[in-house]
Design a protein around this ligand. Structure first.
Ligand SMILES: *Cc1c(COP(=O)(O)O)cnc(C)c1O
Length: 394
């Protein structure tokens, strides 16, 4: 398909970025090769001098990985993409590539555990200043961004409490402070939220989640302008080596072909389950961006085109009740992953958010009765039956 043909999302998820060799294969080729060869020493010299475009070494670029990068760039509406070995490799390299000792970083407090660790623990080890704010509090953003800042990191909706950050307003404040804005868009997926259109500069993904979506391989992606990727990100990426394997890229390419169908079906089920949980006597509160009772519903609907595949709820009671509920599930599985075809329940306080400590959990609103449910592709009636059955055990 030529690059000039204007096509739509479902088509792009299947065809964008395809490289077809002269063998005319239909499926994307899996280039399991670490390096590439040159027909002459003169050619090798020209390639290394950037006079000729040619693959060199799979740490820098690989054709299967390049197909994934081009496809992700197309569906995100970004000029450029680099795929990484994991979501954390994407977050880490997107943050570190442009910072130096003395840099100031402002982040929303409600971050994925490892992202929180990078900001709170790693950056200060390199002489950088880290500031956390409550992502929903615009006055806190204003105060934090009233002095020169290098980078803003945020996640919206956040894990696991689905806090929403006003991407447009925060991007404006960040740019005025001289910062670039990095958005971890895992929960929304590129289908439900486009941070670059709302003012962000860089979008990061764990492609482990919805993009593979079938629990098979780890991966990540960084998307931004061609200029930032080439000038700021690529030197760091090429020399530090967080590259994605060709095999994982190939699996994720296959995952992308059905991404829109899975995210749509899983989001529809998640919304139905959120509505079901919202009225239950043993549930203190259910959180889902499109619920009438969701505190930031208006903002969520302004910047997202759907609520996503995750529902978080809080049981009356604490850890004992939460464990009793989870242990009674027969269709839903206990796991810390998300975005999978299988519905997965997580108890954040004792798993994904254990290490941040009780005090930080309290600030985030994560209680011992909080459960995060990543809604899968099972029949939604079987899922609500499972929840009904399990709630009877609480
Ligand atoms: C899973 C996840 C990550 C990390 O991705 P990995 O592929 O596990 O390294 C980062 N941010 C969010 C929001 C995630 O859900």
């Amino acid at each position: 398909m030529s690059d000039t043909l204007k096509t739509r999302l479902a088509t792009d998820l299947i065809h964008a970025g395809r490289i077809r060799t002269n063998l005319d294969e239909n499926g994307e080729a899996l280039f399991l090769t670490s390096g590439f060869t040159y027909e002459s020493a003169d050619m090798a010299e020209a390639v290394f001098a950037n006079q000729v475009e040619h693959f060199q070494y799979s740490r820098f670029a690989n054709p299967t990985v390049s197909m994934l990068e081009a496809r992700l760039a197309k569906i995100e509406g970004a000029e450029a993409c680099r795929a990484t070995a994991t979501g954390m490799a994407a977050v880490h390299s997107a943050i570190m590539c442009g910072l130096k000792a003395g840099s100031r970083v402002v982040a929303s407090r409600a971050l994925f555990g490892s992202c929180h660790w990078i900001i709170s623990t790693l950056l200060p080890q390199y002489g950088m200043e880290s500031v956390f704010v409550d992502g929903a509090d615009m006055d806190a953003w204003k105060a934090a961004l009233s002095q020169p800042t290098a980078l803003v990191l945020l996640e919206s909706p956040s894990n696991p409490m689905l806090d929403i950050v006003d991407l447009r307003a925060v991007s404006e404040l960040a740019h005025a402070a001289g910062a670039i804005v990095v958005v971890d868009n895992v929960f929304a997926t590129p289908l439900l939220q486009k941070p670059l259109e709302l003012g962000a500069d860089v979008v990061v993904y764990s492609t482990t989640k919805h993009m593979d979506g079938q629990g098979r391989v780890l991966g990540g992606a960084v998307l931004s302008s061609k200029k930032w990727i080439e000038e700021v990100f690529q030197p760091f990426f090429r020399n530090t080596g967080p590259s994605l394997s060709a095999f994982n890229a190939w699996v994720i390419l296959k995952g992308l072909e059905t991404l829109h169908l899975r995210v749509k079906a899983q989001s529809d089920s998640a919304e139905a389950i959120a509505q079901f949980l919202d009225g239950q006597p043993k549930i203190k509160r259910a959180l889902y961006p499109t619920l009438a009772s969701f505190p930031q519903r208006e903002l969520a609907m302004r910047q997202m085109s759907g609520g996503g595949t995750l529902v978080t709820f809080e049981l009356e009671g604490g850890k004992e009740e939460a464990f009793r509920l989870m242990n009674a599930f027969r269709v839903i599985t206990i796991s810390n992953n998300l975005g999978d075809t299988k519905s997965l329940a997580t108890h954040p306080a004792t798993t994904t958010h254990m290490k941040i400590g009780a005090e930080e959990r309290a600030k985030l609103g994560i209680t011992d009765g909080t459960i995060r449910l990543s809604v899968g592709l099972e029949d939604v009636q079987d899922l609500t039956d499972d929840l009904t059955r399990a709630l009877e055990r609480v």
